[in-house]
Design a protein around this ligand. Structure first.
Ligand code: NAG
Ligand code: NAG
Ligand code: NAG
Ligand code: NAG
Ligand code: NAG
Ligand code: NAG
Ligand code: NAG
Ligand code: NAG
Length: 875
């Protein structure tokens, strides 16, 4: 475990092999040993000793074009969103990087998913996983950093890689020193070459020049070959053989590509020329060079060179949407011979994304090493790979952009049960403003003087269950310098989602006695959430890199993933042009959501309404939806343990309680379902998707005809029949969600036997006959406390009462679930303690209960129509 975490990001020793290979890095994933390719004399190293327990190795019958390698390492999204090779580079050196991705039939449960390959934070390419072989090549200059991350970024499944190569480039034709750009290879063509691929050692930078299949765009021209021609007056780094073939035409030579990607329109064209006819004199082969109709070079003559060289290379930028027309036109009255071209390369020009300043990268890596030393299994490390600030913040970090680089400004290590001394690396983070280390009883919180003497630096520390949150500003309390921080400070921020880890703090003892924990039901309603912003379309485009990563699709439109400039990850819902329903939902979400603020509701960060485009921006919920977790696609599914299920259910219940008790007019969600309960990075459940939500009807609203809305399987039958909407309809749907978490089954599945189609109908007899064990999700069998389970099942049964009047209110459900969670957590604690004394039986026993279902039912039937609570008055 220790090794595994340590290995995900690694340093590669600089390779000092044979001279010409200096600076080359050649990695074969999963290869059994290091080896030297006899064809090229390149030395390949395995990543096996570095990644040996990370991901999974598979062998296929396809092989990589760059070596005979046939293996692929698959990484698990559940471990992290990103996996990086952290390779040494020379500062200021230009490099070519090449990666290959291959797969064949993939064994379950692996999936080939599309993902991104990035140089540092700059995404170079989306890997098309529908292809069994995919190759990416990029060019970059290592800017301020002495190492560069090469990362696989995956949102949805198993990212994979087969080979990774790094080659120094010493040419003035690519980036020309501009560190703020990177290049992505579109195509490299050795015109007229019908025989062999060329690469290292003939090409000093190991560019691969494949055989010209004639499919690469040019549609006119004759092949010229001149294997005896030699080069004079110049030095070249590409193989002479590449230049010894070419194409020519009488008057005009056209190379045409119309299959270009459309999302980037800035291209770099590099054309290579060698005069292949020894009889041609200066002035006899003269042509104009047009790129997409623009004359870039007039009267171009290969031989017109002060050193009488017979070779020239030019590189030129061109903007284009979907085609490239490279046209060489003979200058009629000057030239005797038609134009010629020997080879060309086309690259997309990309902007480099902002990265973290080297000092903080080093500090972050050191921090990780120091923490791992004492805390090898720490959960917080899960996504600590690659750049600490981008494209994702490492868990617990927050960063800001200063002087075009990210710097680390906050570090939250609270409640991580850290052991050992406070890592010294924290002292290296010179822009750090806030450090949270509370709730780490075994951490030696001695703050080094270098930190405690800093201005504007806040340490939040203390034990886990202090009653009043408090911050300590070191700058103010100067006397703490060097001393150990007192034990009386607790956190404010952390408990904003305060059941995110099972807590150790509840006092009641096993077995599950009633406890008064979690009792504060007072809710604070702001007048209007001031944080909802209006975004411009341009801003949205930038944040989503022109809508690059699609993460979902719904009635409203398409959902993309994006990153705001300061690093926050977002989900961006774009209304589709055809969605009529969408317009209404848009207004609804903006109007409703901009008023709502609760830890268990997915907040609206902002919206954009420009040129008929309607876009909603939410924080990205990195753990997907409850539905995906319970029974979604295999790649997204992950067994949720029972306490986690319980706390997610409780979170969602609190979110709904907030809506139902919203002052003025309570709000009915109308589409409560497991796919609308999203999970943030700490598995905190949040209710999303207010597209259908409504203010509850009030007395006096006459003739309101509301269309019945909702999702099959969750729909309240009474609402369906009477079209009378009340909060109890949400309660019904919520009851179905509770059954889902208990059983792990879909609410409606017509592929099951007829009597199991409806989850509600299927579950009822089990509950009534007290055969809970038989209905519980097999994944959590034997690992729940029976009493806690009973409370949830009872609550569910009460929620799905056919008559709404007999269903409980959300407040009752919240209380019941809180009790259940307390019982469960206490039981878990207790079991852990006896297991450590050698006992190993999981607890499971039955408790005799009366027929459940009534305990939660209100003694008086209640309507579910809202009591009108006066809205808070503006100050
Ligand atoms: C392969 O080479 C790397 C780097 O030189 C080295 O660290 C590693 O131990 C070698 N692996 C094997 C199996 O020889
Ligand atoms: C590889 O190296 C060996 C010995 O150094 C040499 O004889 C051979 O020609 C080289 N092969 C290539 C393809 O350069
Ligand atoms: C480098 O490229 C960026 C973006 O294309 C451009 O704005 C900048 O002017 C270039 N710098 C130089 C020195 O050419
Ligand atoms: C080419 O390289 C050789 C050896 O590095 C050098 O002697 C020669 O002057 C160079 N020629 C030109 C034209 O740059
Ligand atoms: C390519 O550009 C040349 C020169 O501008 C023009 O004559 C030719 O028609 C163009 N070809 C295509 C296919 O657009
Ligand atoms: C011509 O030769 C001189 C000196 O050998 C060299 O500095 C210069 O770069 C050469 N020019 C070209 C275009 O190769
Ligand atoms: C940002 O740049 C300015 C001017 O170059 C410099 O004074 C300042 O210290 C820099 N800030 C940081 C945080 O590096
Ligand atoms: C401390 O922070 C405040 C507000 O964030 C800022 O105005 C002030 O300039 C900072 N002081 C120093 C010394 O950085």
């Amino acid at each position: 475990m220790n090794m595994r975490l340590a290995a995900i990001v690694f340093f590669f020793a600089l390779f000092r092999g044979i001279c010409a290979q200096e600076g080359f890095v050649s990695i074969q994933s999963c290869s059994a040993s290091n080896f030297t390719d006899p064809g090229t004399n390149l030395t390949w190293t395995s990543d096996d000793h570095l990644f040996h327990s990370v991901g999974r190795c598979e062998s296929f019958s396809v092989s990589s074009r760059t070596s005979s390698h046939t293996k692929t390492r698959f990484f698990d999204k559940a471990d992290s969103n990103s996996f990086c090779y952290y390779l040494p580079v020379l500062q200021g050196q230009e490099y070519l990087v090449r990666a290959t991705f291959l797969h064949g039939p993939i064994p379950e449960p692996l999936t080939a998913t599309s993902f991104k390959f990035s140089i540092g934070a700059t995404s170079i390419s989306q890997i098309d996983s529908s292809l069994e072989y995919f190759e990416v090549e990029g060019v970059f200059i290592s800017a301020t950093n002495d190492h560069t991350n090469f990362c696989l970024l995956s949102e949805t499944g198993n990212a994979y890689i087969s080979t990774l190569e790094l080659r120094p480039l010493n040419e003035a034709i690519y980036l020309k020193g501009n560190k703020s750009n990177a290049l992505k290879l579109v195509t490299r063509v050795d015109l007229g070459n019908k025989n062999l691929d060329f690469r290292f050692p003939k090409d000093l930078a190991d560019r691969i020049w494949p055989v010209d299949l004639g499919e690469r765009g040019f549609f006119k021209g004759k092949i010229l070959e001149s294997p005896d021609i030699s080069l004079h007056g110049s030095n070249i780094s590409i193989p002479l053989e590449v230049l010894q073939t070419g194409i020519t035409d009488d008057d005009e030579l056209v190379i045409y590509h119309k299959d270009l990607l459309t999302d980037h329109n800035d291209f770099l064209i590099i054309l290579y020329f060698l005069e292949l006819d020894a009889n041609v004199q200066i002035g006899q082969r003269v042509f104009d060079i047009y790129l997409n109709g623009d004359k870039k070079y007039a009267s171009f003559d290969i031989l017109e060179n002060e050193n009488s060289s017979n070779y020239r290379v030019i590189s030129s930028r061109v903007k284009s949407n979907d085609f490239l027309n490279i046209s060489l036109v003979k200058v009629l009255n000057e030239a005797k011979y038609g134009p010629i071209c020997n080879a060309y390369e086309i690259y997309q020009v990309l902007q480099r994304s902002t990265e973290t300043i080297q000092r903080d990268v080093n500090a972050a890596i050191k921090l990780k090493d120091e923490l791992i030393e004492e805390n090898p299994k720490l959960e917080i490390f899960r996504n600590w790979h690659g750049d600490p600030c981008t494209p994702y913040f490492w868990n617990g970090l927050a960063c800001e952009e200063i002087n075009c680089s990210f710097v680390i400004t906050k570090l939250d290590l609270s409640s991580s049960y850290l052991r050992g001394p406070l890592p010294s690396a924290i002292g290296d983070m010179t822009e750090l403003k806030e450090l949270s280390i509370q709730c780490n009883p075994q951490l030696n919180c001695k703050i080094p003087p270098s930190l405690s003497s800093r201005k504007n630096f806040t340490v939040i520390s203390g034990p886990c269950d202090s009653p009043s949150p408090m911050k300590r500003n070191i700058g103010v309390i100067g006397s703490v310098a060097g001393g150990s921080v007192g034990v009386t400070f607790a956190l404010g921020i952390f408990f904003s989602c305060f059941y995110k880890r099972p807590r150790r703090t509840l006092k009641s003892s096993y077995p599950g006695s009633k406890s008064q924990g979690f009792t504060d039901h007072s809710i604070h309603y702001p007048i209007k959430n001031p944080d909802v912003k209006t975004f411009t379309l341009e801003y949205i485009k930038k944040a989503t890199s022109c809508y690059q990563t699609l993460i979902g699709e719904g009635g409203f439109g398409i959902v993309y993933r994006g990153t705001l400039p300061y690093g926050q990850e977002v989900a961006v819902k774009v209304r589709s042009a055809t969605s009529v329903q969408g317009t209404r939902e848009f207004d609804n979400e903006v109007n409703l959501l901009s008023k709502l603020q609760h830890d268990n509701l997915v907040p609206l960060l902002g919206y954009c309404y420009e040129n008929d485009q309607q876009i909603l921006v939410y924080p990205f919920m990195s753990n997907g939806s409850l539905q995906e977790r319970l029974y979604g696609e295999a790649s997204k599914r992950k067994v949720l343990d029972w306490p986690t299920r319980l706390s997610i259910a409780l979170g969602a219940a609190r979110g709904l309680l907030y809506l139902h008790t919203y002052p003025g007019r309570c709000i009915i969600h109308r589409d409560v379902k497991s796919s609308n309960i999203l999970l943030d990075q700490s598995m905190c459940g949040k209710v999303a998707d207010f597209g259908f939500s409504k203010y509850a009807p009030q007395e006096g609203d006459s003739g309101v005809s509301l269309e019945v809305r909702g999702t099959a399987g969750y729909l309240d039958p009474e609402y369906y029949c009477t079209q009378q909407l009340s909060t109890k309809s949400d309660v019904f749907s919520y009851g179905v969600v509770l059954l889902e978490i208990v059983t792990g089954r879909e609410p409606l599945n017509i592929h099951r036997p007829r009597n199991e189609w409806s989850l509600v109908e299927w579950a009822k007899p089990f509950i009534r006959e007290q055969r809970i064990d038989e209905m519980v999700d097999p994944n959590i069998k034997g690992s729940y406390h029976a009493e806690a389970m009973w409370r949830v099942v009872e609550a569910a049964l009460a929620c799905i009462e056919p008559f709404s009047a007999y269903r409980p209110n959300m407040i009752d459900i919240v209380r019941e679930l809180e009790d259940a969670l307390i019982i469960e957590n206490n039981a878990s604690e207790y079991m852990r303690s006896i297991e450590s004394f050698g006992g190993s039986n999981r607890f499971q026993y039955s408790i005799d209960r009366k027929i459940p279902g009534l305990a939660l039912t209100p003694s008086e039937p209640s309507s579910g129509f809202c009591q009108i609570i006066p809205a808070p008055q503006p100050r």
